[in-house]
Ligand binder design. Structure first.
Ligand SMILES: Cc1cc2nc3c(=O)[nH]c(=O)nc-3n(C[C@H](O)[C@H](O)[C@H](O)COP(=O)(O)OP(=O)(O)OC[C@H]3O[C@@H](n4cnc5c(N)ncnc54)[C@H](O)[C@@H]3O)c2cc1C
Length: 330
């Protein structure tokens, strides 16, 4: 009978990705509730080194596969290696972080077992011995609860959105057994080839060293209005940053983005201007020492995290704040 949770932990050249730790943290919490053991698999170049780090989490077993066929990520290679481990381990659940890789190979992997893939979950809870997963619908406008029906059959394949689970929850201090998965990939056909790996953004601005950050969100409405926040950043001697929609629209360069798919910062002061406080944004700035939020919606989630909040129109509040700072400094 299938039992346990197997986590496919993402890593890059021996270093475990944050999204990998997050998936492990979710597995620990759900595993404790279901009284199931947790195991992990780490794939790719230098997976053995990453497996050692994973073994420090409180779980029972870590496998790794660093066959030459896995040196560069391919959906064929990764799904074949994971499949072999799943067939051996017979877990009830297979978890992964919903990374760019996972969204590529997990559907293939689930399909290989004739199963569905519960992708991009933003939450979960235990109800009567079963797990209820929360997913977003309609561009995140509403959430919906999902569970696997008895017809689904195990293993249940699940991925978690970046930032949906805090890696701070991860229980460390473990000493899991680490073993080579013994994956045999010599027979498999790898049908895509990585030609070159390069960074999307060259000459990236390093916001991680900034002491003060003024971060702007969609509340700014249009690119032409950016000078409102640029003035404030200048007056404070701060770096300018943004939420994802601002960068996606090309109003600021991608290397100014804060969040799960941008930079993670921990400045002394973080001013969030016209930012709602979506989980993917919060995960990139929650380590800030003092958070000030300016938002016209008093129910905006950013206020749950903010140390100081101003409910008001940024086009009134920000110029007044900039003028007051300039006056104090003069
Ligand atoms: C896989 C994935 C990864 C993601 N990665 C990131 C990421 O790295 N970083 C990130 O930021 N997001 C990320 N997102 C997107 C995230 O889910 C949110 O959509 C995004 O953070 C919302 O940005 P926002 O707060 O600027 O916009 P909105 O959610 O539209 O919020 C705008 C806010 O401005 C306020 N406002 C409007 N007008 C005014 C005004 N005149 N004065 C004051 N306040 C005003 C509104 O009340 C609202 O709260 C990701 C999403 C996914 C699915």
């Amino acid at each position: 009978m299938a039992s346990g949770i197997l986590v496919i932990v993402e890593q890059n050249d021996g270093k475990v990705s944050r999204i990998g730790w997050e998936a492990l943290a979710a597995a620990q919490e759900i595993g404790a509730g279901l009284q199931q053991k947790i195991s992990a698999i780490v794939l790719g170049k230098n997976a053995a080194a990453a497996a050692k780090a994973v073994a420090e989490a409180k779980i029972s077993q870590v496998w790794f596969a660093e066959n030459t066929e896995l040196t560069n990520y391919t959906p064929d290679g990764f799904s074949a290696a994971a499949r072999q481990v799943i067939e051996k381990a017979q877990p009830e659940y297979v978890f992964a972080g919903h990374s760019y890789q996972a969204r590529d190979y997990m559907p293939k992997l689930a399909t290989a077992f004739g199963r569905v893939f519960m992708s991009d979950c933003v939450g979960y809870r235990l109800e009567g011995g079963a797990v209820v997963f929360v997913r977003q619908m309609f561009q995140g406008k509403i959430n919906a609860d999902f569970s696997f029906t008895p017809q689904s059959g195990t293993p249940y394949f699940v991925s978690f959105q970046a930032g949906a689970v805090s890696s701070d929850k991860l229980e460390k201090g473990g000493n899991a057994a680490v073993a080579d998965a013994g994956a045999n990939l010599s027979e498999i056909s790898i049908r895509t080839k990585v030609l070159e790996i390069f960074e999307g953004v060259k000459g990236k601005v390093d916001l991680t060293k900034a002491e003060v950050i003024v971060s702007v969100g969609r509340g700014i409405k249009e690119k032409d209005k950016l000078p409102v926040v640029e003035e404030l950043a200048k007056a404070l001697g701060a770096e300018l940053a943004a939420s994802r929609p601002v960068c996606d629209d090309g109003w600021l360069p991608m290397d100014r983005q804060i969040g799960s798919s941008g930079q993670t910062v921990a400045p002394k002061l973080y001013l969030a201007v016209g930012i709602s406080g979506a989980i993917q944004h919060i995960v990139g700035m929650k380590g800030s020492r003092v958070v000030v939020a300016i938002n016209k919606d008093e129910r905006a989630p950013i206020f749950d995290l903010a140390d100081y909040g101003v409910v008001g129109d940024l086009f009134e509040v920000v110029p007044a704040l900039t003028a007051a700072i300039k006056e104090v400094k003069s």
